[in-house]
Design a protein around this ligand. Structure first.
Ligand code: CO
Length: 212
């Protein structure tokens, strides 16, 4: 585990050596440009790095991460990343990846005051309110927490589907497809929630945009 700044810089040097051993042209090729097929919207948690857990090389995944993998329609950072990925890179798949044991979701589930962070956590609390009947019905606290993580991914997939410039892409064809996954810190495996969307058909009418 890297602990110091020196560890990181030394790690970089050995990573370059190993990478060149595997593919002497690796950096030459990547320096020409990127054309990833995937956009990843994940949690900022240090244990859930997109490329490592999917065994994907640099160049494969365009990445946006924040606390609890949220898609918030006033977040111009996230929306700019999504816009570039969809309109310029033309990614085929967008993956919203949550993870069990997410500290952000756990914090949102509690009644503790986290100061400034509460404003971000508010959006996760809104997810609880939307699914209150189901979540309150789960007696086991661990199971309720796990389900809350899954429902949060479901809502963020829906939030991406509500973005007008994504609906614009769907008028042209089947891409991008939006997927919802959950990662398990305990065994390292990803679970596909099978909730993928590539049309606005399942959205409430108020969120559907007319074709221009
Ligand atoms: Co998290």
């Amino acid at each position: 585990m890297a602990e110091t700044i020196k560890d990181l810089l030394n790690g970089n040097v050995s990573w370059v050596k190993n990478t060149l051993k595997r593919d002497p042209e690796f950096f030459n090729k990547l320096s020409m440009g990127q054309s990833p097929n995937f956009l990843w919207v994940g949690c900022a948690d240090s244990r859930v790095p997109a490329t490592e857990i999917t065994d994907a090389l640099p160049g494969s995944i365009f990445v946006q991460r924040n606390i609890a993998n949220m898609v918030i329609h006033t977040d111009s950072n996230l929306l700019s990343v999504v816009n570039y990925a969809v309109k310029v890179l033309k990614v085929k798949h967008i993956i919203v990846c949550g993870h069990y044991g997410c500290g952000g979701v756990q914090a949102a589930m509690s009644n503790q005051n986290f100061g400034f962070l509460d404003n971000w956590l508010m959006h996760i609390k809104d997810v609880y309110r939307l699914h209150q009947d189901e979540l309150d019905g789960i007696q086991d606290e661990q199971k309720r927490f796990d389900r809350y993580v899954e429902l949060n991914v479901l809502e963020q997939v829906g939030n991406l589907a509500k973005v007008s410039f994504i609906q614009e892409e769907w008028e042209e064809g089947e891409f991008p497809q939006i997927h919802g996954w959950v990662y398990s810190l305990k065994d390292g495996l990803l679970k596909d929630l099978d909730i993928s969307m590539n049309s606005n058909a399942k959205l409430d009418n108020v969120y559907r945009y007319n074709k221009p």
